[in-house]
Design a protein around this ligand. Structure first.
Ligand code: KG4
Ligand code: ZN
Length: 350
């Protein structure tokens, strides 16, 4: 079964064809990062307009790259939640229209759940029960999957997502958007023990919190350059030299990663899963991969970097497994949901 996956929930317009939820036939991603970098973050209205401009060419390119025509496509899968409403609308309207015109079954896909499915394209597919650490710009959660569509949310962030913390700390220390890759790069030159930063203590055994860590970095930067909290934060980066910047990047990154790894290790020992996967944009972080592999007594297979950030392949892959268990949706009934926990999707039991 060949599924066309369409993704447009944030600032990437993406389409991909995946066969039987295992074989990647094409993967086209049009990133708007350059446009939004000018503003230091995603501007929703600009994102939606940019999706409109490229959604058709991106879909056509996915078919061309896979060497397929519409006759070869068995189904369409599209992100319907969560995300920016204007962005979601463009992808879902394209998918709904094509489902009617080309007479293909249509499957609605939850973006965060789909991130986990990038790992099913690895050479070795994950086995259930599978512990998933989902870490993106909008989510930080630990989920135990017992089977496809059968999972339990063990814990989640109580405030900022970890990717959001990377983006905000990058801004504080004067590194470009998106913050994750620029902090990871700067950290290579820095000393992760240069600044002692706090790890949040929470009542939920598998919960996270990153807002305090971000504020701790801000206070440490102010102390380091000798100003108080009344000093305008957008002028702070100009007072840091490159060594200080790299040390802050490395210290923040180390603390954020240790928080994620400590909690994942706790869940691993409590639930003894057969596989562990990481998913979402922050899963591209090499230091996170290294420290997690060191800590857990299990071999972890990591998805390629380009399948960790937003893409259509993860949507097509989950679309395949979803289609094995669920009927397609009537294209006229598909509505976008900007905010929706993955435990509230149509096929989840929790
Ligand atoms: O999954 P994603 O592409 O979009 C969302 O669904 O949120 O994740 C984007 C997030 C951003 O916060 C970005 O800074 C972060 O992933 N990110 C990284 C790295 N690459 C992307 N964070 C840490 N290290 C990286 N190498
Ligand atoms: Zn994402």
């Amino acid at each position: 079964m060949k599924v066309l996956g369409i993704e447009s929930s944030c600032d990437e317009t993406a389409a991909s064809v995946v066969q039987d939820g295992r074989i990647l036939l094409s993967n086209v991603v049009n990133s708007q990062i350059d446009i939004h970098a000018l503003y230091g973050g995603v501007v929703p209205e600009i994102a939606a307009r940019s999706h409109i401009e490229v959604v058709n060419p991106v879909i056509n390119q996915a078919l061309t790259d896979a060497n397929l025509t519409w006759d070869d496509i068995d189904a369409i899968a599209v992100t319907y939640a969560p995300g920016l409403i204007g962005s979601l609308l463009v992808g879902t309207l394209a998918a709904r229209t094509l489902a009617v015109l080309k007479n293909k079954p249509l499957y609605p896909i939850h973006h965060v759940e789909a991130h986990v499915y990038a790992n099913f394209l690895n050479e070795r597919a994950p086995e259930f029960p599978m512990l998933a650490l989902i870490v993106s710009g909008g989510h930080s959660q630990l989920v135990l999957f017992r089977d496809h569509g059968d999972y339990e949310l063990l814990g989640q962030t109580q405030d900022d997502a970890v990717g959001e913390a990377f983006d905000k700390v990058a801004k504080i220390i004067g590194l470009p958007y998106p913050g994750g890759p620029s902090i990871a790069k700067a950290a290579l030159e820095g000393d992760p023990t240069a600044f002692k930063l706090p790890k949040a203590k929470l009542s939920g055994k598998y919960d996270f919190s990153f807002s305090g860590l971000k504020t701790a970095v801000l206070r440490a930067v102010q102390r380091e350059v000798g100003v108080d909290f009344t000093f305008p934060s957008h002028d702070l980066p100009g007072l840091l030299n490159d060594v200080q910047r790299a040390n802050f990047a490395a210290s923040f990154q180390r603390t954020a990663i240790e928080t994620l790894v400590d909690t994942t290790a706790r869940a691993f020992h409590d639930y003894s899963p057969k596989s562990v996967v990481i998913a979402g944009g922050v899963a591209a972080n090499q230091e996170l991969r290294r420290i997690l592999s060191d800590r857990l007594p299990i071999q972890i297979d990591y998805a390629p970097m380009n399948l960790c950030t937003d893409n259509g392949a993860m949507i097509a892959t989950l679309g395949y497994y979803y289609a094995q268990k669920m009927p397609p949706i009537n294209p006229n009934d598909l509505e976008v949901i900007p905010s929706l926990s993955m435990t509230k999707t149509a096929w989840s039991k929790s």
